[in-house]
Write a protein that binds this ligand. Structure first.
Ligand code: MLT
Length: 412
């Protein structure tokens, strides 16, 4: 009989968002009035329409595809040169960061890349994740067989958990022990925290000293408003030798439904082979990409390129201003409830400490049943999230104002 991958059987109750959807469906099926009033501030999914510059670029690209002379079949798996150039120039070189066009790999999402990147690492690495954590980092390591069983609190044997608490500002210190791979996400999902230059420098120095690789998820970089906060791990000297960076157009250009992202693998990043010699990772990721992926569609890549035009940049800024305006309203409402809030100033997520004595899922159920608002339970991101909940500011202004009013009126 064919064997399944038994690592999947170790996974806990399903990915967080499907579990939330299941509970919301149970609520709406049994409560038509609540269903009509329901407002979703759970999953961080954008709500505002695609920028005009993007739509124009997509229309033009579709027209090109309709003409024999400009029709495109398979493109380069790693991305068209026009987009790799726009990314490398605008996101990196314009900021004084040394990244070459061919160190950029255009993909259909950071979630996919964060999981797929494990293909080029061995199975015997010691892996560190933050707690609370974006569940994809953990679950993909479970699937790849890099962990033991999960315990009742959702922690998996074999992983090193870096506690992110209000006390450390949700930025973990480097561990005393040696790890080989460490996932960092800043601005952070779910806590909305950011890491300072000094904190990222400590991590880069740790990685260089320990021959570790930092997997740096910067999907929310566009939300940074404080000029002191680094936008890229490569702003830190030495990071080219020890870090891979994931970026996405989902949350800046509103591409969650369009699908386009990219990963940066510098050519001077090396890892050890089984026999101990050092080899660059870039050719491995290139090989993985061209073997398992056929590239992002031409129309989508032209859409992403448009985000770097003058018009595109202005429209992205307007989107960010909109969502951050929402965040301000939600932070104020949570504070008015007497709750401690974190994030929401350089990130689209607000991390809220719930009323004393309530678990995260109890908070989730209370807010759903009494306010008819969907939030995300903090414990769904790991045990250190227990007692917290996350509010996403991805919504219309009207909905956010309504959510703020309902939160203020909520009797816990
Ligand atoms: C979230 O809500 O945490 C994000 O939408 C997840 C994602 O971007 O995949």
């Amino acid at each position: 009989m064919a064997r399944l991958n038994s690592n999947y059987l170790k996974l806990k109750a399903g990915y967080l968002f499907p579990e939330i959807n299941r509970r919301v469906k149970a609520f709406t099926d049994s409560n038509p009035d609540g269903a009509a009033r329901l407002i979703r501030c759970g999953i961080g999914d954008v709500t505002e329409p695609l920028p005009d510059s993007v739509r124009k670029a997509m229309h033009a690209a579709v027209d090109e595809m309709g003409v024999r002379e400009s029709f495109k079949g398979y493109g380069p798996e790693q991305g068209y040169e026009f987009l790799r150039q726009a990314i490398a120039e605008n996101d990196y070189r314009a900021r004084g960061i040394d990244i070459a066009n061919d160190e950029i790999f255009v993909s259909d999402g950071s979630k996919c890349d964060c999981g797929n990147i494990l293909d080029i690492f061995g199975h015997d690495n010691r892996v560190a994740v933050m707690d609370p954590v974006y569940p994809v980092y953990v679950d993909t390591n479970v699937m790849a067989g890099h962990t033991g069983e999960g315990d009742a609190s959702g922690l998996y044997g074999g992983l090193v958990y870096l506690a992110c608490t209000a006390e450390n500002g949700f930025v973990p210190s480097v561990p005393q022990e040696k790890v080989d791979l460490v996932y960092l996400c800043y601005p952070n999902n779910p806590t909305g925290a950011t890491a300072t230059r000094a904190q990222l420098t400590a991590w880069v120095e740790y990685a260089l000293a320990n021959d570790a690789v930092v997997l740096f998820d910067a999907a929310y970089e566009a939300y940074i408003r404080d000029p002191e906060i680094p936008h890229s791990i490569y702003e830190i000297p030495g990071a080219r030798k020890c870090a891979i960076e994931f970026r996405s157009f989902s949350k800046n250009g509103g591409f969650t439904g369009v699908r386009c992202a990219f990963t940066v693998v510098p050519k001077d990043l090396e890892c050890s082979t089984g026999s101990g010699d050092r080899r660059p990772l870039h050719p491995l990721w290139n090989r993985r990409f061209s073997t398992k992926f056929n590239g992002v569609g031409y129309v989508t890549q032209r859409a992403a390129e448009a985000l770097y035009s003058g018009e595109g940049r202005a429209q992205v800024s307007a989107l960010i201003r909109h969502y951050m305006g929402n965040a301000e309203i939600l932070v104020a409402a949570a504070k008015d409830c007497g709750l401690a809030t974190f994030g929401g100033t350089n990130a689209p997520y607000i991390w809220v400490r719930g009323p004393e004595g309530l678990t995260s899922w109890e908070i989730f159920d209370t807010v759903l049943n009494k306010a008819n608002v969907v939030v995300t339970p903090g414990s769904g991101f790991g045990p250190a999230g227990e007692g917290y909940f996350r509010i996403s500011s991805f919504n219309s202004r009207k909905n956010v104002e309504e959510v703020a009013a309902r939160l203020r009126a909520l009797e816990w």
